[in-house]
Design a protein around this ligand. Sequence first.
Ligand SMILES: Cc1cc2nc3c(=O)[nH]c(=O)nc-3n(C[C@H](O)[C@H](O)[C@H](O)COP(=O)(O)O)c2cc1C
Length: 360
Amino acid sequence: MIKTRMTDLFGIQHPIMLAGMNWISTPQIVAAVSNAGGLGTLAAASLSPENTRKNIREIREMTDKPIMINQPLVRATAKENIQVAIEEKVPFINYSLGKPWFIDQVHAYGGKVVGTIAIAKHATNAVKLGADALVVTGHEAAAHGADATSLILVPLVASMVKVPLIAAGGFCDGRGLAAALALGASGISMGTRFILTEESTVHQNFKQLCLEATEQDTLYSNVFDGMPGRALKSAMSEKMMGGDSLTLLRAIPNALKIKKVLKQNWSQFMATAWSMMFGEGQNAIQMARMATGAVRHQKAIYEGDTREGFMYAGQAIGAIHDLPNVKDLIERIIAEAEAVLLKAPDSVIGRPKNRNITNT
Ligand SMILES: Cc1cc2nc3c(=O)[nH]c(=O)nc-3n(C[C@H](O)[C@H](O)[C@H](O)COP(=O)(O)O)c2cc1C
Protein backbone atom coordinates (compact mmCIF):
# COMPACT_ATOMS: atom_id res chain seq x y z
CA MET A 1 0.00 0.00 0.00
CA ILE A 2 1.46 3.35 -1.03
CA LYS A 3 -0.45 6.31 0.37
CA THR A 4 0.47 9.75 -0.93
CA ARG A 5 -1.03 13.22 -1.39
CA MET A 6 -2.36 11.91 -4.72
CA THR A 7 -4.29 9.04 -3.11
CA ASP A 8 -5.64 11.46 -0.48
CA LEU A 9 -6.71 14.12 -2.98
CA PHE A 10 -8.58 11.71 -5.25
CA GLY A 11 -9.76 9.25 -2.59
CA ILE A 12 -8.13 6.33 -4.40
CA GLN A 13 -6.14 3.32 -3.24
CA HIS A 14 -3.06 3.51 -5.48
CA PRO A 15 -1.16 6.58 -6.79
CA ILE A 16 -1.59 5.56 -10.42
CA MET A 17 -3.68 7.34 -13.03
CA LEU A 18 -4.83 6.25 -16.48
CA ALA A 19 -3.74 9.09 -18.79
CA GLY A 20 -6.46 10.69 -20.88
CA MET A 21 -5.76 9.26 -24.34
CA ASN A 22 -7.88 10.35 -27.27
CA TRP A 23 -9.75 7.34 -28.80
CA ILE A 24 -8.16 4.98 -26.21
CA SER A 25 -9.23 6.03 -22.68
CA THR A 26 -12.80 4.82 -23.22
CA PRO A 27 -15.36 3.80 -20.57
CA GLN A 28 -14.28 0.16 -20.31
CA ILE A 29 -10.63 0.85 -19.43
CA VAL A 30 -11.53 3.92 -17.33
CA ALA A 31 -13.80 1.78 -15.15
CA ALA A 32 -11.22 -1.03 -15.01
CA VAL A 33 -8.53 1.34 -13.69
CA SER A 34 -10.86 2.95 -11.12
CA ASN A 35 -12.14 -0.45 -9.98
CA ALA A 36 -8.54 -1.59 -9.55
CA GLY A 37 -7.91 1.30 -7.14
CA GLY A 38 -6.28 3.74 -9.57
CA LEU A 39 -7.80 6.84 -11.16
CA GLY A 40 -9.52 6.16 -14.50
CA THR A 41 -9.59 9.14 -16.86
CA LEU A 42 -12.03 9.41 -19.75
CA ALA A 43 -10.60 11.11 -22.87
CA ALA A 44 -13.13 13.56 -24.26
CA ALA A 45 -10.93 15.08 -26.99
CA SER A 46 -12.90 13.58 -29.86
CA LEU A 47 -16.27 13.17 -28.20
CA SER A 48 -19.35 15.15 -29.07
CA PRO A 49 -21.10 16.65 -26.02
CA GLU A 50 -23.82 13.95 -26.33
CA ASN A 51 -21.23 11.20 -26.33
CA THR A 52 -19.35 12.80 -23.45
CA ARG A 53 -22.50 12.58 -21.31
CA LYS A 54 -23.20 9.03 -22.53
CA ASN A 55 -19.62 7.92 -21.75
CA ILE A 56 -19.70 9.43 -18.24
CA ARG A 57 -22.97 7.63 -17.50
CA GLU A 58 -21.65 4.36 -18.97
CA ILE A 59 -18.61 4.54 -16.67
CA ARG A 60 -20.86 5.17 -13.69
CA GLU A 61 -22.76 1.98 -14.52
CA MET A 62 -19.46 0.09 -14.27
CA THR A 63 -17.89 1.72 -11.20
CA ASP A 64 -18.80 3.80 -8.18
CA LYS A 65 -15.14 4.72 -7.64
CA PRO A 66 -13.64 8.19 -8.36
CA ILE A 67 -13.16 9.05 -12.04
CA MET A 68 -11.68 11.94 -14.00
CA ILE A 69 -12.35 13.41 -17.45
CA ASN A 70 -9.59 14.77 -19.72
CA GLN A 71 -10.24 17.56 -22.19
CA PRO A 72 -7.61 19.27 -24.36
CA LEU A 73 -8.92 22.84 -24.48
CA VAL A 74 -7.81 23.39 -28.10
CA ARG A 75 -10.39 20.87 -29.31
CA ALA A 76 -13.56 21.78 -31.17
CA THR A 77 -16.08 20.64 -28.56
CA ALA A 78 -14.01 21.59 -25.48
CA LYS A 79 -16.41 24.22 -24.11
CA GLU A 80 -19.51 22.05 -24.48
CA ASN A 81 -17.78 18.93 -23.12
CA ILE A 82 -16.52 20.77 -20.04
CA GLN A 83 -20.06 22.05 -19.49
CA VAL A 84 -21.39 18.47 -19.66
CA ALA A 85 -18.73 17.30 -17.17
CA ILE A 86 -19.78 20.09 -14.80
CA GLU A 87 -23.47 19.24 -15.18
CA GLU A 88 -22.66 15.59 -14.47
CA LYS A 89 -20.56 16.68 -11.47
CA VAL A 90 -17.55 14.64 -12.55
CA PRO A 91 -15.37 14.88 -9.44
CA PHE A 92 -12.09 15.55 -11.27
CA ILE A 93 -11.54 17.47 -14.48
CA ASN A 94 -8.14 17.30 -16.18
CA TYR A 95 -7.43 19.87 -18.87
CA SER A 96 -4.50 20.13 -21.25
CA LEU A 97 -3.36 22.47 -24.03
CA GLY A 98 -5.08 25.69 -23.00
CA LYS A 99 -6.20 28.03 -20.25
CA PRO A 100 -9.07 26.88 -17.99
CA TRP A 101 -12.07 29.20 -17.48
CA PHE A 102 -14.17 26.77 -15.42
CA ILE A 103 -12.21 26.18 -12.20
CA ASP A 104 -14.62 28.10 -9.94
CA GLN A 105 -17.60 26.19 -11.36
CA VAL A 106 -15.92 22.86 -10.58
CA HIS A 107 -14.94 23.98 -7.08
CA ALA A 108 -18.53 25.08 -6.49
CA TYR A 109 -19.75 21.44 -6.48
CA GLY A 110 -16.70 20.18 -4.59
CA GLY A 111 -14.82 18.98 -7.69
CA LYS A 112 -11.11 19.44 -8.34
CA VAL A 113 -9.25 20.56 -11.42
CA VAL A 114 -6.00 19.01 -12.58
CA GLY A 115 -3.87 20.93 -15.09
CA THR A 116 -1.48 19.21 -17.49
CA ILE A 117 1.79 21.00 -18.18
CA ALA A 118 4.98 20.18 -20.08
CA ILE A 119 6.84 23.47 -19.54
CA ALA A 120 7.84 24.50 -16.01
CA LYS A 121 6.59 28.11 -16.11
CA HIS A 122 3.10 26.88 -17.05
CA ALA A 123 2.94 25.15 -13.65
CA THR A 124 2.96 28.47 -11.78
CA ASN A 125 0.29 29.89 -14.08
CA ALA A 126 -1.96 26.84 -13.63
CA VAL A 127 -1.69 27.03 -9.84
CA LYS A 128 -2.39 30.78 -9.90
CA LEU A 129 -5.55 30.05 -11.87
CA GLY A 130 -6.63 27.60 -9.13
CA ALA A 131 -5.54 24.12 -10.32
CA ASP A 132 -5.61 21.64 -7.42
CA ALA A 133 -2.97 19.29 -8.83
CA LEU A 134 -0.78 19.04 -11.92
CA VAL A 135 0.14 16.31 -14.36
CA VAL A 136 3.77 17.06 -15.27
CA THR A 137 4.59 15.61 -18.68
CA GLY A 138 8.17 14.87 -19.70
CA HIS A 139 9.69 14.54 -23.16
CA GLU A 140 9.55 10.72 -23.01
CA ALA A 141 5.77 10.79 -23.12
CA ALA A 142 3.48 9.67 -25.89
CA ALA A 143 1.92 12.62 -27.74
CA HIS A 144 2.56 16.13 -26.43
CA GLY A 145 5.55 16.35 -24.12
CA ALA A 146 7.87 19.33 -24.64
CA ASP A 147 11.70 19.36 -24.56
CA ALA A 148 12.50 18.61 -20.89
CA THR A 149 12.55 15.00 -19.70
CA SER A 150 10.68 13.85 -16.59
CA LEU A 151 13.99 13.64 -14.69
CA ILE A 152 14.45 17.40 -15.09
CA LEU A 153 10.87 18.64 -15.18
CA VAL A 154 9.33 16.86 -12.16
CA PRO A 155 11.83 18.03 -9.49
CA LEU A 156 11.95 21.48 -11.06
CA VAL A 157 8.17 21.87 -10.87
CA ALA A 158 8.19 20.34 -7.36
CA SER A 159 10.47 23.16 -6.29
CA MET A 160 8.12 25.77 -7.78
CA VAL A 161 4.60 24.83 -6.63
CA LYS A 162 2.99 23.20 -3.59
CA VAL A 163 0.08 21.29 -5.17
CA PRO A 164 0.38 17.50 -5.60
CA LEU A 165 2.18 16.49 -8.80
CA ILE A 166 1.50 13.47 -10.97
CA ALA A 167 4.51 12.54 -13.07
CA ALA A 168 3.80 11.53 -16.67
CA GLY A 169 6.07 10.44 -19.48
CA GLY A 170 8.06 7.23 -19.40
CA PHE A 171 6.44 5.61 -16.34
CA CYS A 172 5.50 1.96 -16.73
CA ASP A 173 6.67 0.01 -13.67
CA GLY A 174 7.40 0.03 -9.95
CA ARG A 175 10.89 1.47 -10.34
CA GLY A 176 9.33 4.38 -12.22
CA LEU A 177 6.73 4.95 -9.50
CA ALA A 178 9.41 4.87 -6.79
CA ALA A 179 11.55 7.27 -8.84
CA ALA A 180 8.61 9.64 -9.38
CA LEU A 181 8.08 9.80 -5.61
CA ALA A 182 11.78 10.51 -5.12
CA LEU A 183 11.60 13.30 -7.71
CA GLY A 184 8.87 15.07 -5.78
CA ALA A 185 5.69 13.72 -7.41
CA SER A 186 2.88 12.04 -5.47
CA GLY A 187 2.14 9.43 -8.13
CA ILE A 188 2.24 8.63 -11.82
CA SER A 189 0.08 8.89 -14.91
CA MET A 190 0.58 6.17 -17.52
CA GLY A 191 -0.53 6.19 -21.13
CA THR A 192 1.65 3.84 -23.16
CA ARG A 193 1.68 1.19 -20.40
CA PHE A 194 -2.13 1.08 -20.26
CA ILE A 195 -2.36 0.82 -24.08
CA LEU A 196 -0.65 -2.55 -23.64
CA THR A 197 -3.26 -4.19 -21.42
CA GLU A 198 -6.09 -6.64 -22.02
CA GLU A 199 -8.75 -3.96 -21.53
CA SER A 200 -7.24 -1.50 -24.02
CA THR A 201 -9.22 -1.47 -27.26
CA VAL A 202 -6.19 -0.63 -29.42
CA HIS A 203 -6.03 -3.01 -32.38
CA GLN A 204 -3.85 -6.08 -31.83
CA ASN A 205 -1.61 -5.15 -34.81
CA PHE A 206 -0.51 -1.95 -33.08
CA LYS A 207 -0.18 -3.64 -29.69
CA GLN A 208 2.14 -6.12 -31.43
CA LEU A 209 4.20 -3.33 -33.04
CA CYS A 210 4.61 -1.74 -29.60
CA LEU A 211 5.63 -5.03 -27.99
CA GLU A 212 8.30 -5.55 -30.65
CA ALA A 213 9.61 -1.98 -30.42
CA THR A 214 12.65 -0.82 -28.49
CA GLU A 215 13.02 2.46 -26.61
CA GLN A 216 14.57 3.90 -29.81
CA ASP A 217 11.45 3.26 -31.90
CA THR A 218 9.51 6.49 -31.44
CA LEU A 219 9.60 9.71 -33.45
CA TYR A 220 9.15 13.24 -32.05
CA SER A 221 7.87 15.89 -34.46
CA ASN A 222 5.06 18.33 -35.21
CA VAL A 223 4.08 16.52 -38.41
CA PHE A 224 1.56 14.24 -36.68
CA ASP A 225 -1.02 16.82 -35.60
CA GLY A 226 0.68 20.18 -35.90
CA MET A 227 2.08 20.23 -32.34
CA PRO A 228 5.36 18.58 -31.26
CA GLY A 229 4.47 15.05 -30.21
CA ARG A 230 5.82 11.51 -29.95
CA ALA A 231 4.55 8.60 -32.07
CA LEU A 232 5.46 4.97 -32.63
CA LYS A 233 7.83 4.40 -35.56
CA SER A 234 5.75 2.79 -38.29
CA ALA A 235 5.47 2.93 -42.07
CA MET A 236 3.07 5.90 -41.92
CA SER A 237 4.77 7.91 -39.16
CA GLU A 238 8.08 7.63 -41.05
CA LYS A 239 6.32 8.72 -44.25
CA MET A 240 4.79 11.70 -42.43
CA MET A 241 8.25 12.67 -41.17
CA GLY A 242 9.40 12.74 -44.80
CA GLY A 243 6.88 15.50 -45.59
CA ASP A 244 3.46 15.44 -47.17
CA SER A 245 3.01 17.95 -49.95
CA LEU A 246 -0.74 17.24 -50.09
CA THR A 247 -1.34 18.12 -46.43
CA LEU A 248 -3.82 20.93 -47.13
CA LEU A 249 -5.67 19.05 -49.87
CA ARG A 250 -6.00 15.90 -47.82
CA ALA A 251 -7.23 17.87 -44.84
CA ILE A 252 -10.59 18.68 -46.43
CA PRO A 253 -12.13 15.17 -46.52
CA ASN A 254 -10.46 14.36 -43.20
CA ALA A 255 -11.87 17.47 -41.53
CA LEU A 256 -15.33 16.47 -42.79
CA LYS A 257 -14.93 13.03 -41.20
CA ILE A 258 -14.08 14.72 -37.87
CA LYS A 259 -17.12 17.02 -38.23
CA LYS A 260 -19.25 13.86 -38.41
CA VAL A 261 -17.61 12.27 -35.34
CA LEU A 262 -18.14 15.46 -33.31
CA LYS A 263 -21.74 15.77 -34.58
CA GLN A 264 -21.14 19.40 -35.49
CA ASN A 265 -23.51 21.37 -37.70
CA TRP A 266 -22.05 23.52 -40.49
CA SER A 267 -21.89 26.74 -38.49
CA GLN A 268 -20.16 25.01 -35.56
CA PHE A 269 -17.76 23.35 -38.01
CA MET A 270 -16.93 26.62 -39.78
CA ALA A 271 -16.40 28.38 -36.42
CA THR A 272 -13.98 25.64 -35.38
CA ALA A 273 -12.15 25.78 -38.72
CA TRP A 274 -11.88 29.57 -38.49
CA SER A 275 -10.52 29.61 -34.94
CA MET A 276 -8.07 26.82 -35.72
CA MET A 277 -6.77 28.58 -38.81
CA PHE A 278 -6.63 32.09 -37.42
CA GLY A 279 -6.70 31.65 -33.61
CA GLU A 280 -3.75 32.36 -31.34
CA GLY A 281 -0.75 30.21 -32.30
CA GLN A 282 -2.70 28.32 -34.96
CA ASN A 283 -2.46 28.17 -38.73
CA ALA A 284 -3.92 26.35 -41.69
CA ILE A 285 -1.10 23.78 -41.88
CA GLN A 286 -1.57 22.93 -38.22
CA MET A 287 -5.29 22.49 -38.72
CA ALA A 288 -4.68 20.33 -41.79
CA ARG A 289 -2.21 18.15 -39.88
CA MET A 290 -4.64 17.76 -36.99
CA ALA A 291 -7.47 16.62 -39.28
CA THR A 292 -5.29 14.22 -41.26
CA GLY A 293 -3.53 12.95 -38.13
CA ALA A 294 -6.85 12.18 -36.44
CA VAL A 295 -8.03 10.03 -39.35
CA ARG A 296 -4.74 8.15 -39.57
CA HIS A 297 -4.79 7.63 -35.82
CA GLN A 298 -8.21 5.98 -36.04
CA LYS A 299 -6.96 3.74 -38.85
CA ALA A 300 -4.26 2.48 -36.49
CA ILE A 301 -6.30 2.10 -33.33
CA TYR A 302 -9.55 0.72 -34.75
CA GLU A 303 -8.52 -0.95 -38.01
CA GLY A 304 -4.96 -1.97 -37.16
CA ASP A 305 -3.83 -0.61 -40.53
CA THR A 306 -0.05 -0.71 -40.16
CA ARG A 307 0.54 0.97 -43.55
CA GLU A 308 -1.92 3.89 -43.42
CA GLY A 309 -2.31 4.31 -39.67
CA PHE A 310 -0.03 5.88 -37.10
CA MET A 311 -0.31 5.92 -33.31
CA TYR A 312 1.13 8.01 -30.52
CA ALA A 313 3.37 6.06 -28.13
CA GLY A 314 6.04 6.94 -25.60
CA GLN A 315 9.60 5.73 -25.10
CA ALA A 316 8.24 3.35 -22.43
CA ILE A 317 7.39 0.91 -25.25
CA GLY A 318 10.99 -0.32 -25.00
CA ALA A 319 10.41 -1.49 -21.43
CA ILE A 320 7.01 -3.13 -21.94
CA HIS A 321 6.89 -6.79 -22.91
CA ASP A 322 3.46 -8.11 -21.91
CA LEU A 323 -0.29 -7.53 -22.03
CA PRO A 324 -1.56 -7.97 -18.46
CA ASN A 325 -5.01 -7.02 -17.29
CA VAL A 326 -5.30 -3.62 -15.61
CA LYS A 327 -5.78 -4.98 -12.08
CA ASP A 328 -2.75 -7.30 -12.21
CA LEU A 329 -0.66 -4.52 -13.73
CA ILE A 330 -1.51 -2.00 -11.01
CA GLU A 331 -0.93 -4.53 -8.23
CA ARG A 332 2.40 -5.53 -9.77
CA ILE A 333 3.57 -1.91 -10.04
CA ILE A 334 2.64 -1.21 -6.42
CA ALA A 335 4.42 -4.35 -5.19
CA GLU A 336 7.53 -3.49 -7.22
CA ALA A 337 7.55 0.10 -6.00
CA GLU A 338 7.18 -1.00 -2.37
CA ALA A 339 10.11 -3.40 -2.81
CA VAL A 340 12.26 -0.70 -4.43
CA LEU A 341 11.44 1.82 -1.70
CA LEU A 342 12.14 -0.69 1.07
CA LYS A 343 15.45 -1.69 -0.49
CA ALA A 344 16.51 1.88 -1.33
CA PRO A 345 18.58 2.42 1.84
CA ASP A 346 20.59 -0.73 1.00
CA SER A 347 21.88 0.88 -2.18
CA VAL A 348 23.67 3.47 -0.09
CA ILE A 349 26.96 2.14 1.29
CA GLY A 350 26.67 2.84 4.99
CA ARG A 351 23.34 4.20 6.23
CA PRO A 352 23.16 7.99 5.71
CA LYS A 353 22.15 8.47 9.33
CA ASN A 354 25.37 6.76 10.47
CA ARG A 355 27.58 9.01 8.43
CA ASN A 356 28.68 12.59 8.61
CA ILE A 357 27.24 14.06 5.46
CA THR A 358 28.77 17.33 4.34
CA ASN A 359 26.73 19.23 1.83
CA THR A 360 29.28 20.57 -0.66
C1 LIG B 1 -2.90 7.70 -28.33
C2 LIG B 1 -2.72 8.79 -27.34
C3 LIG B 1 -3.63 9.82 -27.27
C4 LIG B 1 -3.46 10.85 -26.33
N1 LIG B 1 -4.43 11.80 -26.22
C5 LIG B 1 -4.35 12.73 -25.24
C6 LIG B 1 -5.44 13.60 -24.98
O1 LIG B 1 -6.49 13.53 -25.61
N2 LIG B 1 -5.29 14.51 -23.98
C7 LIG B 1 -4.14 14.61 -23.22
O2 LIG B 1 -4.07 15.47 -22.33
N3 LIG B 1 -3.10 13.78 -23.45
C8 LIG B 1 -3.19 12.82 -24.40
N4 LIG B 1 -2.18 11.91 -24.57
C9 LIG B 1 -1.00 11.97 -23.69
C10 LIG B 1 -1.23 11.14 -22.42
O3 LIG B 1 -2.27 11.72 -21.67
C11 LIG B 1 0.01 11.06 -21.50
O4 LIG B 1 0.49 12.35 -21.24
C12 LIG B 1 1.15 10.24 -22.04
O5 LIG B 1 0.67 9.03 -22.59
C13 LIG B 1 2.09 9.93 -20.87
O6 LIG B 1 3.26 9.36 -21.32
P1 LIG B 1 3.50 7.75 -21.41
O7 LIG B 1 2.80 7.34 -22.65
O8 LIG B 1 4.97 7.63 -21.44
O9 LIG B 1 2.88 7.11 -20.20
C14 LIG B 1 -2.33 10.86 -25.49
C15 LIG B 1 -1.41 9.80 -25.57
C16 LIG B 1 -1.62 8.76 -26.46
C17 LIG B 1 -0.68 7.61 -26.47
